[in-house]
Design a protein around this ligand. Structure first.
Ligand code: CP
Length: 310
């Protein structure tokens, strides 16, 4: 049962429920006109306590494209949080003003805390370095559109695997679908957290490398179907000198793409800094802008499902 729930992490939902949301997202992408009025009279509150372009605007676009309305703030310092109001109290009050809310916060688990005070569904739009479940739904819709399946895939996760919430959510989710393998491409200091791998209980084989070139050149059982690049997350480093040392560790350019499998797609949650050169954008395997576009359809599906409208 999806309607009426919070959407905090994909592990709160069954594979069948996640597939239901994705199926609706694909349907909306094909026939957006059929859904243009389903949320008429409903209000989405966007509570973003951390910067965002894609997630915030795609949520807002999704609600408007469903015929609903949006309220929110552009600067958290203008809210009563600045006077010391708790997130639970904030959400209790927002529940009177809106029908559904999307919250991003720099602190892990903050949206879960807020949801405790809420009478309306709250969606986690990214909590610190923890999870980004709606990005994962966007990623899954993109993978499904490109490969026609979410099973038996080899996915390379590259970059800041320690702080990157998108790769945590993506691994947690895709490891629940059958036959997927992962190649973790990261320096020691930014390696993928062991607790996520432990939680997958060996369902998905995982291998580790510090070399992007080696991962791209592999033509064995770890040949990549997808390379998921991520930004080195400057804002999460306690010691900025470590960031300075690691910030250029992986740069995907046209030369490296020439060594990659001909049918390997490149994804990235964006924003990018310098980890993918602009020259790669014109490569037909580069699909990160299409991925950002899919964020609207999947968020339309999620809002409609959580509100019990479709
Ligand atoms: N992918 C993503 O979360 O982008 P924003 O930070 O711009 O929302």
């Amino acid at each position: 049962m999806i309607a009426g729930n919070h959407f905090m992490q994909t592990s709160d939902f069954t594979v069948e429920e996640l597939t239901e949301i994705l199926t609706l997202g694909s349907e909306i992408k094909k026939h957006p006109d059929r859904y243009k009025d389903v949320a008429r009279g409903k209000i989405l509150a966007t509570l973003f306590y951390e910067p965002s372009t894609r997630t915030k605007f795609s949520f807002e676009s999704a609600m408007y494209r469903l015929g609903g309305n949006v309220i929110g703030f552009s600067d958290p310092s203008t809210t009563s949080g600045a006077k010391g109001e708790t997130l639970q109290d904030t959400m209790r009050v927002i529940s009177y003003y809106a029908d559904i809310a999307a919250m991003r916060h720099p602190r892990p688990y903050a949206p879960m805390e807020a949801a405790e005070g809420s009478d309306i569904p709250v969606i986690n739009a990214g909590d610190g370095g923890n999870q980004h479940p709606t990005q994962t739904m966007t990623d899954l819709l993109t993978i499904l559109a490109l490969r026609g399946r979410l099973t038996n895939l080899t996915i390379g996760l590259c970059g800041d695997l320690k702080y990157g919430r998108t790769v945590h959510s993506l691994f947690d989710t895709l490891s629940r679908f059958e036959g997927n393998r992962f190649v973790m491409i990261a320096p020691e200091e930014l390696s993928f957290p062991k607790e996520h791998i432990d939680r997958a209980e060996g369902r998905s084989p995982v291998s580790f490398t510090t070399s992007l070139e080696d991962a791209l050149g592999d033509r064995g059982e770890n040949q990549l179907d997808f390379l998921y690049m991520t930004r080195i997350q400057r804002e999460r480093f306690e010691d900025i000198s470590v960031y300075e040392r690691l910030k250029n560790v992986f740069i995907l350019d046209e030369e490296k793409m020439a060594q990659a499998p001909a049918d390997m797609y490149v994804m990235h949650p964006l924003p990018r800094v310098n980890e993918i050169t602009e020259g790669v954008d014109k490569d037909p395997r580069a699909r990160y802008f299409e991925q950002a576009h899919n964020g609207v359809f999947v968020r339309m599906a999620l809002i409609a499902k959580l509100l019990g409208l479709a």
